[in-house]
Design a protein around this ligand. Structure first.
Ligand SMILES: [Ca+2]
Ligand SMILES: [Ca+2]
Ligand SMILES: [Ca+2]
Length: 864
């Protein structure tokens, strides 16, 4: 009887919770199936305004609505102004959250109050002062809807029916530029072709009562306003990463409560999120540990057991194993349980059955990991070779980009987080052509610039791959003479050597032509920075001549008045020169016997830059020499994400131990060895995790005493590795930044592999699978492989590559992974590629993956 009563009470409690939205302990509104977040994530502007902020709705587990805020455009783009949140107040007594937001550029302040009212929220905008004259008719309250979850769905507006379009084709008008609110730092996202007018989308629909997705109860949402007119826009008209936008313009000349919306996301009665069964989509080798991590809704009851099913060659299935479910516990918003089927070692095709949930099939086989780096080396990397025509079979990936070369950047700010100081630090005048830079180098990521720091990493990563694993693989034809790359066409030269050469060619050219390293070779105008398409069409290939009118071409056809040429940002940074010098020393060794001329040039620049950088640092005031020497997150020797837009400054000393080690390896000069040994032990005492990779990198170059002395640190590192089993259910370091933690996980995996290679008795073989499992599908949110890799049964389908507008991927790409949204949501969209923080692969990160994958494969294969 008591049991029954308890059950009944629990049932009532559950129903009550399911009925009304309530403020929970994490300060957002919640009912089963619906979360309404109010500025749990705020706008940052520039790069960071990536559809991740304001009022957001997580609807049946998917973040389908965001951007709720007072905005200045019908369909705001990434570089449009964002409001700064100046105050946020959670009022539990009144079940509401109030946010004050401000546009400094216009001295414009507004308040938004979101109040739970039964199953809906009321969103109300308050003004203490009327909308400024300049923004009257422009400022409005916006809410944005994820296109990939709403397109093709039916909607109803004041009783009229419609269907949300798969592709943007709604109508537009143009208006004078003078009427457009200023964009981020005054940059312009569009090329108006000399018309002095901008494009403004017209609404798809207008009314007072909208129900979106009437045909899909998972997405149905009802928005209405008695007095305000609601307009529905398609943000994809202006930018492929735009969302559907619903907005009400704020009335002119009014104060107080100026706009009120009622927003009710439908919740499916009794809905429980389907279990997410994380496992390796690449499969498992017979002897490795095999543990699926199952992510459960907190309203879900864990089952007692799960089954591993085998699919026989004749199509029949049989149960291979049934095992107990073990509870791990809660982690952020979900509960986690594990299913260990390690005892199954018979090669075959399997799937996991957990209650009604069945995974796709995967292999258990000795060879599952054999090809994990092939797509990255054979396809992703060559496609990112700059200044080349890249062909694959019938397809041209891109023509030869930037034929007109690079101009000296004038003193300026930049949208990709660079700047050119007051002087050029070169012999060139602002906007003068710097000859010889349009050679070699790799596209940074989803964009097409040459980030010098990243390119240094890339060359280093290829050199390490070459030195450690000596890969002879030759699947790529590279002709520097023809400026032509052909995929899957062997040319007798190992591809890794050609990649080292290609990276070195650009970096040596920088040192020779500029005199030191540029910080970046990048776009000069924002309107061609967000380019999606053939890299060869980013610029017109003609030299910029300011004496011509924009879009005018000279009589000889060689120059134009269009200011689209790329710029070299040349402010001198001795620590970058140091890094380049170190890399050049190693490149000169790697290239010897293959391209002796380039090897010589690299060595010459290495010596000169080393000397000059040392002198420059010496000339600095003593106190500033170390403190001022900030560098972007690049402390690790094997690091890798200079495109890391978290941009956390990290203090870095010149002549650090990784540099000394690499110089010792390249030159065998005793002074570098001594300096390295004078630094490494202190560093390990301070932080064993951060410095273990550098310590391990030294093992092949040091004596046995060094290896012995390192042992206790490796033991400490093992404890560090194993502690992750308690921190989260996946046993890897999970990042919570605005760039998902993929690179940190890769670094971790690489270090674990090397620790196992040199100290197998301390770091056991089973430890190396932590990161492969994570990358290939055992992670939160979904179970798709983060690597567009050969062998995975279910790789991610979309990435933020330069072909993202086609909802596609470039094979071999590695996604950063799970983007954490405050306060408790992990996300990796696989139907929407446009959020770089979760879906963009970088050249440094992907070449780091080649090292990880090579080390991992070596361990797996050598011990078969
Ligand atoms: Ca970039
Ligand atoms: Ca080749
Ligand atoms: Ca041009």
């Amino acid at each position: 009887m008591r049991k029954l009563f308890f059950f009944f009470a629990l049932f009532i409690g559950t129903v009550a919770m399911a009925q009304n939205l309530r403020l929970n302990e994490r300060d957002y509104f919640e009912r089963q199936g619906v979360n309404v977040l109010v500025f749990s994530n705020s706008f940052n502007g520039g790069f960071n305004d990536e559809k991740n902020s304001g009022i957001e709705i997580i609807h049946h587990g998917v973040r389908t609505v965001q951007g709720g805020a007072v905005r200045l455009n019908n369909t705001p783009e990434q570089w449009d102004l964002v409001p700064k949140m100046t105050n946020r107040r959670v009022d539990r007594d009144n079940n509401c959250i109030e946010v004050t937001m401000r546009y400094d550029d216009y001295d414009f302040e507004s308040r938004v109050v979101v109040t739970a009212k039964g199953q809906a929220v009321e969103i109300a905008v308050y003004l203490d002062k009327p909308v400024p004259e300049k923004l009257a008719g422009e400022a409005g309250f916006n809410l944005e809807f994820l296109p990939s979850q709403y397109w093709l769905k039916t909607f109803m507006v004041d009783g009229r029916l419609g269907r949300l379009p798969r592709y943007a084709t709604s109508q537009t008008v143009t208006r004078p530029n003078s009427e457009k609110p200023r964009q981020f730092k005054g940059f312009k996202t569009y090329d108006d072709r000399g018309t002095d007018r901008f494009i403004d989308p017209l609404p798809i629909e207008t009314g007072h009562d909208f129900i979106l997705a009437t045909d899909d109860t998972q997405r149905t949402i009802h928005i209405s306003s008695d007095e305000a007119e609601l307009k529905l826009y398609d943000g994809r008209i202006l930018a492929q990463n735009g969302w559907f936008v619903l907005r009400s313009v704020l009335p002119k000349g009014k104060t107080g409560k100026v706009v009120t919306w009622n927003v009710e996301p439908h919740a499916i009665p009794g809905w429980v999120r389907e279990p997410n069964i994380g496992f390796s989509q690449v499969g498992y080798t017979p002897e490795q540990p095999k543990v699926a991590v199952i992510e459960l809704d907190k309203a879900d009851q864990p089952l007692a057991s799960a089954q591993l099913m085998r699919i026989n060659p004749d199509g029949t299935t049989e149960q291979a194993y049934s095992g107990a479910i073990k509870t791990w516990g809660p982690y952020f918003k979900y509960n986690y349980v594990k299913f260990d089927f390690s005892s199954v070692s018979q090669p075959g095709v399997y799937y996991i059955q957990y209650g009604k949930t069945r995974t796709n099939d995967f292999l258990i086989d000795e060879h599952v990991y054999d090809k994990i780096t092939d797509a990255t080396t054979d396809v992703w990397v060559p496609i990112h070779m700059n200044h080349m025509y890249v062909n694959e079979g019938y397809r041209t990936w891109h023509g030869e980009p930037f034929k007109e070369g690079y101009l000296q950047a004038p003193p300026s700010d930049h949208f990709d987080l660079h700047s050119q100081g007051q002087t050029t630090d070169t012999k060139y005048q602002p906007l003068q052509l710097i000859p010889g830079l349009n050679i070699g180098g790799f596209f940074d990521a989803g964009d097409f610039d040459i980030e010098t720091g990243s390119n240094i990493n890339v060359v280093e990563n290829f050199i390490r791959t070459w030195e450690l694993f000596n890969p002879q693989r030759d699947e790529t034809f590279v002709s520097q003479k023809q400026r032509y790359v052909d995929l899957h066409r062997p040319d007798g030269v190992p591809d890794v050597l050609q990649f080292i050469e290609h990276g070195t060619l650009n970096l040596v050219a920088q040192a020779e032509q500029i005199g030191h390293m540029a910080s970046t070779l990048s776009n000069s105008v924002l309107d061609n920075y967000h380019h999606l398409g053939d890299a060869a069409s980013i610029t017109d290939g003609l030299h910029y001549d300011p004496s011509l009118k924009p879009y005018e071409v000279s009589a000889d056809g060689k120059s134009s008045g269009t200011p689209d040429d790329m710029w070299a940002f040349t402010t001198r940074n001795p620590s970058l020169d140091f890094r380049a010098a170190t890399m050049f020393a190693a490149a000169s060794v790697a290239l010897q016997g293959y391209n002796d001329d380039l090897a010589q040039r690299a060595l010459k620049q290495s010596k000169r830059l080393m000397q000059e950088a040392t002198e420059l640092v010496r000339q600095r005031p003593e106190t500033n020499a170390e403190q001022d020497d900030f560098n972007w997150d690049e402390g690790n020797s094997n690091n890798n994400n200079n495109n890391n837009r978290q941009r956390r400054p990290r203090r870095r000393q010149l002549g650090n131990m990784a540099t000394n080690l690499r110089l010792y390896a390249a030159t065998h000069e005793q002074q570098y060895r001594d300096q390295f040994l004078g630094q490494i032990w202190d560093a390990l005492d301070r932080n064993v995790a951060n410095n273990m990779q550098t310590a391990l990198d030294a093992v092949p170059h040091m004596d046995d005493a060094y290896k012995q002395k390192l042992r206790p640190y490796v033991e400490k590192y093992r404890d560090y590795v194993q502690r992750f089993d308690e921190q989260n259910p996946y046993g890897v370091p999970i990042g919570l930044g605005n760039w998902a933690g993929g690179n940190a996980v890769l670094n971790f995996g690489t270090t674990v592999c090397f620790a196992h290679i040199y100290y197998p008795d301390i770091i056991g073989k089973n430890e190396i699978y932590r990161v492969s499992n994570w990358l290939y599908g055992c992670h939160p949110y979904h179970n798709y492989s983060f690597v567009a890799v050969v062998g995975a049964a279910r790789p991610k389908a979309v990435f933020y590559g330069n072909n993202r507008a086609d909802f596609s991927f470039i094979p071999g790409n590695v996604a950063p992974g799970l983007l954490f949204r405050q306060p408790d949501h992990f996300e990796n969209y696989d139907d929407w590629p446009f959020l770089w923080g979760q879906n963009e692969g970088t050249i440094a990160g992907n070449t780091q993956y080649i090292i990880f994958g090579s080390a991992f494969k070596n361990i797996v294969n050598n011990q078969k």
